[in-house]
Design a protein around this ligand. Structure first.
Ligand code: NAD
Length: 493
């Protein structure tokens, strides 16, 4: 596969400069719908590049931290406007680089802009508190201060919005950043940095280093000047970084995998529920941390519901999402595809009844991409592998529960705790679900993937480490320290 003349080279961004990796090596990013298409050449960096980026971020910190906070917010607002004006270009890049449908790519760009605007506003709300002192002459209050230089490590599946919200929160709080994107989708992540460059963000405030997680990510985790590291990705990697960070006492936030339940009760709107299983489970080819992966339907309506669902799934058109008739695109790479196909085989061996899909598509337009059919299994119980492990692909398990109580018990019977949803018109059971579900966020009659930036986002149980939330008004907690101030205007008499 020859590198074409048109393939753009993306450098690291360190301080004011765009620089190649110190290794002199690069890697090529390709389109998962057609791997013959090259999207960019990125830097294969190592520890040395991370150290240079951290030094640049450290140098930029004092000035940025001392800037009036609302002024910091204006850079974020202008970068958001830059992206919004170029929405169609960002959408097309997400389609090409991640394999998202137009609708899902557009949703990510809209979410990116909304997150940036919301978090820019937090710069005007970096509140402390005033508390009455025992000494009537003392003024006591708290103020928030930036924690320092922070690291941001992001996954490939939401390469723009997740990076945008982590970076915007850090910048709002007065932190400077070293950003390491996923090596599968670094180009659109670079475009986020480019938006900040275009609006004149001072050099060194946001640094960008691409390369393998084992070198670049590891170096960030180990660097003593990285006071906090915000990570989104898999459990294996997140827990390994957690050990490194814990050893040096830095702050860590990890948002990791999900195995999200979708409960359907007797009185649900079955058409709506089926449409939302498809949107939540097969949107973005099931590669979302909030994806619907376990449908738990009560037995009384199971046959009827499954019949509606299967008919809809069989009508889905799988193909390059640049074609407007494609409902679902590829999965991200060969390794992911092989993992997904392996889970499908395990499900069959463990007695799952395959209702739809189950195979890789290899002919015609699918020949050069990583296409897996949207796959539905029935006859799955909570002890089965595909009911427990995160597949991160277009595979949904259907489980048939005796009643609501069993559905709720099964919904909670996993190690993960990110998203969840229930479909019912019974307020009492909906509220019991809301109050009993073990998840960072939940929904009633809405897809498991729904979220807005004004509300905190994050998981419990094995999904989250650190106890911090992203977006929402509490996002600033991770990037700030409190300072307590006592003032006695006339001194101690
Ligand atoms: P991943 O863990 O493989 O990679 C995530 C990031 O970590 C990448 O940038 C990668 O290069 C880096 N990395 C890899 N090894 C590293 C190491 N040893 N040290 C430091 N960094 C390292 O995850 P992925 O495949 O990119 O993303 C998919 C996963 O992300 C899924 O499990 C999904 O559920 C999860 N995810 C979670 C959320 C959430 O908010 N909970 C959102 C999106 C994705």
């Amino acid at each position: 596969m020859a590198v074409t003349e048109k393939t753009r080279v993306y450098h690291n961004v360190i301080g004011e400069n765009s620089v190649p990796a110190s290794t002199g090596k690069t890697f090529t990013v390709t389109n998962p719908s057609d791997t013959r298409i090259e999207l960019g050449i990125c830097q294969q960096s190592n520890e040395e590049d991370v150290h240079a980026a951290v030094a640049a971020a450290k140098e930029a910190l004092p000035t940025w931290r001392e800037e009036a906070a609302p002024e910091r917010g204006t850079y974020i607002l202008r970068a958001a406007a830059y992206i919004e004006e170029r929405s169609e270009e960002y959408i097309e890049q997400l389609i090409k680089e991640v394999g998202k449908s137009y609708k899902d790519a557009k949703a990510e760009v809209v979410r990116t802009v909304r997150c940036m605007r919301y978090l820019a506003g937090e710069a005007e709300r970096l509140k402390g508190e005033t508390v009455p002192s025992w000494d009537k002459e003392v003024i006591g209050y708290t103020k928030r201060e930036a924690i320092g230089v922070v690291g941001v490590i992001t996954p490939w599946n939401v390469p723009l919005a997740i990076a945008a919200w982590k970076i915007a929160t850090a910048l709002t709080c007065g932190c400077t950043v070293v950003f390491k994107p996923s090596s599968q989708t670094p180009v659109v992540s670079y475009w986020l940095v480019e938006a900040y460059q275009a609006v004149g963000l001072p050099g060194g405030v946001l640094n960008f280093v691409t390369g393998p997680g084992s070198k670049v990510g590891n170096a960030l985790a180990n660097h003593p000047e990285i006071k906090a590291l915000s990570f989104t990705g898999s459990n294996g990697v997140g827990l390994a970084i957690n050990e490194l960070i814990a050893k040096r006492g830095a702050r860590f936030q990890a948002e990791m995998g999900g195995k999200n339940p979708f409960v359907v009760l007797e009185d649900a709107d079955l058409e709506l529920a089926a449409n939302h299983v498809i949107a939540g489970g097969f949107g973005e080819s099931g590669q979302r941390c909030t994806a619907t992966s376990r449908v738990i339907v009560v037995k009384a309506i199971a046959d009827k519901f499954i019949d509606i669902l299967v008919k809809k799934v069989k009508k889905l058109n799988i193909g390059n999402p640049l074609n407007s008739d494609s409902d679902m695109g590829p999965v991200i790479d060969k390794g992911s595809m092989e993992d997904i196909l392996r889970y499908i085989e395990i499900a069959k061996e463990e007695g799952g009844e395959l209702l739809a899909g189950g195979s890789q598509l290899t002919e015609g337009d699918h020949a050069h991409g990583y296409f897996v059919e949207p796959t539905l299994f029935r006859n799955i119980t909570p002890d089965k592998t595909i009911a427990q492990e995160e597949i991160f692909g277009p595979v949904i398990s259907i489980m048939e529960a005796d009643d609501f109580d069993q559905a709720l018990e099964w919904a909670n019977q996993v190690e993960y705790g990110l998203s969840s949803t229930i479909y019912t018109n019974d307020l009492e059971r909906a509220m019991k679900f809301v109050n009993s579900i073990e998840a960072g966020f939940t929904h009633v009659n809405m897809p498991s993937t729904y979220s807005e930036p004004q509300y905190p986002f994050g998981g419990i149980k094995d999904t989250g480490v650190g106890g911090f939330r992203e977006v929402g008004s509490t996002a600033i907690d991770f990037y700030t320290e409190y300072k307590t101030v006592y003032i006695k205007p006339h001194g101690n008499k």
